[in-house]
Structure formats: structure tokens, C-alpha cells
Design a protein around this ligand. Structure first.
Ligand code: 13P
Length: 249
């Protein structure tokens, strides 16, 4: 059976306290009875106020990154236990912006994912090729290496994988549905090789310039179990139509 779809908003390093609370409130009041899982991932400093606003609305909370350790001398970092303590259900790990800005390796991401799951969080592990890699015909090899390196042997139900082609993030450029379908089918096959039928419980999200206008056709692609949304998750007016498209898919 296909897993329940998930849509997560990655706010990245955007918003302020008040706008975070206003957006969380709008989502909490307007998601109604959608049959999909919904999460928002605010900057870590706004997790607490957003958590209060979300309350028992059913909108889940996620972090954007975590450390591998439970606590200790790691100035500026946040542990998965701290995220769980604030009410987080999810944490994004290995986003391409962390791979680039902070030099995170597949091994780092695997260790973070293991730590996140140990803290009871669900990990959204990000993979995706650069434009140069796609143009060189290396996309599937890159994805295979990232999956093998970044995804630990773990309970598949606690794992989410997001395919985010780097060239599609924040650019307005979206792969064709054929390109998305090719990568998602490949990821499912790779994960089945490792996890057997349990791989079918792993939600495979697409991320990269998802908007209300293109959401329906993306969600119609096989093995797309939802989306990780950046820019269009920053206002309810942009985000709710994407949620509605997934709910209708
Ligand atoms: P955009 O939706 O802004 O392209 O960002 C995608 C992303 O990086 C989500 O993690």
C-alpha cells in the first residue's frame, strides 16, 4: 500500500517571530480534514513559538538540521533530542544547502539520520544532483551514491527521502514529469534492494520550485508521495493550494 502522502514546508532562514506565528496560525486554521500529513520546518529559533500556535491542529513540526550528539560541547548546534523536546516529529537532514554551506558529507548525513531516528524523529533525507551532473548524464549514479551513503539501515517507516535537484531549488526550473518519475522509480528500486518490501513505506518527496500551478502534475507521477516546498511554503496563499493538490491526488 502506498504510504500516506506528506507535504513539508522548509522555511529555510526566512520569516521572523511574528510572521512565523501568523503563518502557523493560518495553516492550523485552514488545513481542515486533509487526508495528507502536513509539516512545517521553521528556523530553529522559531520552533517553540510555532509549536505553541500549531497546538493540536494536526500540522506537524520539523527541524531543518540536527547534530549527531544528544548534548555536549557543540556551540550553535541543536540535538535531535532538543527538537523532539519542542514537539518536532520530523527533521530535514542533508539538504543541499547544508551539503554546500556546511560541507556535510553523506557519512555526516547518515550519522545525523541515525541520531534523529534514535531520538524518535522521522528523518527527511535530501538527495539531488547538480546541473553539471545532470548534463553529464550522472544523475542516477549520484542519487544511488547519495542514497547508499546517507540513508542508514533503519526502520523504513521512520524514513522520508526527498529528491531535490539542486538546479530546481529556488530557480523556477522544474524537471519534466518524466525526469521526476525516472528518479523516483529508481530511488524506490534502490531502496527495495536494501529494505525489501519495507521500502514501500518510505515516503519519496519531490522538492524544487513546487508551486500551486505545477503541484497537481507532479503529484500524479508514480512514486511521488508528497513534496518538500521552500519558497512557496512561506505564505498560506501559496502553500495551501499545494496541500489541496496533494489531497486531491
Ligand atoms: P524551493 O521550493 O524554493 O525551490 O525550495 C525547495 C527546497 O529546497 C525545499 O527544501
Amino acid at each position: 500500500m502506498a504510504p500516506r502522502a506528506l507535504i513539508a514546508g522548509n522555511w529555510k532562514m526566512n520569516m521572523d517571530r511574528v510572521s512565523s506565528e501568523v503563518l502557523a496560525s493560518a495553516l492550523a486554521q485552514n488545513v481542515g480534514s486533509v487526508a495528507v500529513d502536513l509539516a512545517v520546518c521553521p528556523p530553529s529559533v522559531y520552533l517553540s513559538p510555532v509549536s505553541v500556535v500549531l497546538g493540536s491542529s494536526g500540522v506537524a513540526l520539523g527541524g531543518q538540521d540536527c547534530h549527531t550528539a544528544q548534548n555536549g560541547a557543540h556551540t550553535g548546534d541543536v540535538s535531535p533530542e532538543m527538537l523532539a523536546d519542542l514537539g518536532c516529529t520530523y527533521v530535514i537532514v542533508g539538504h543541499s544547502e547544508r551539503r554546500t554551506d556546511h560541507g556535510e558529507s553523506d557519512a555526516d548525513i547518515r550519522a545525523k539520520t541515525t541520531a534523529a531516528l534514535a531520538a524518535g524523529l522521522r528523518a527527511i533525507v535530501c538527495v539531488g544532483e547538480s546541473l553539471a551532473q545532470r548534463e553529464a548524464g550522472e544523475t542516477l549514479a549520484v542519487i544511488a551514491a547519495q542514497l547508499a551513503g546517507s540513508v542508514p539501515d533503519a526502520d523504513p517507516a521512520a524514513l522520508v527521502v526527498a529528491y531535490e535537484p539542486i538546479w530546481a531549488i529556488g530557480t523556477g526550473k522544474v524537471p519534466t514529469t518524466g525526469q521526476i518519475g525516472e528518479v523516483h522509480a529508481f530511488m524506490r528500486a534502490q531502496l527495495r534492494d536494501r529494505f525489501g518490501e519495507g521500502a514501500d513505506a518510505i515516503r519519496l518527496l519531490y522538492g524544487g520550485s513546487v508551486k500551486g500551478a505545477n503541484a497537481a502534475e507532479i503529484f500524479a507521477v508514480n512514486d511521488v508521495d508528497g513534496a518538500l516546498v521552500g519558497g512557496a511554503s512561506l505564505t498560506a496563499a501559496d502553500f495551501l493550494p499545494i496541500v489541496a493538490a496533494l489531497d486531491a491526488a
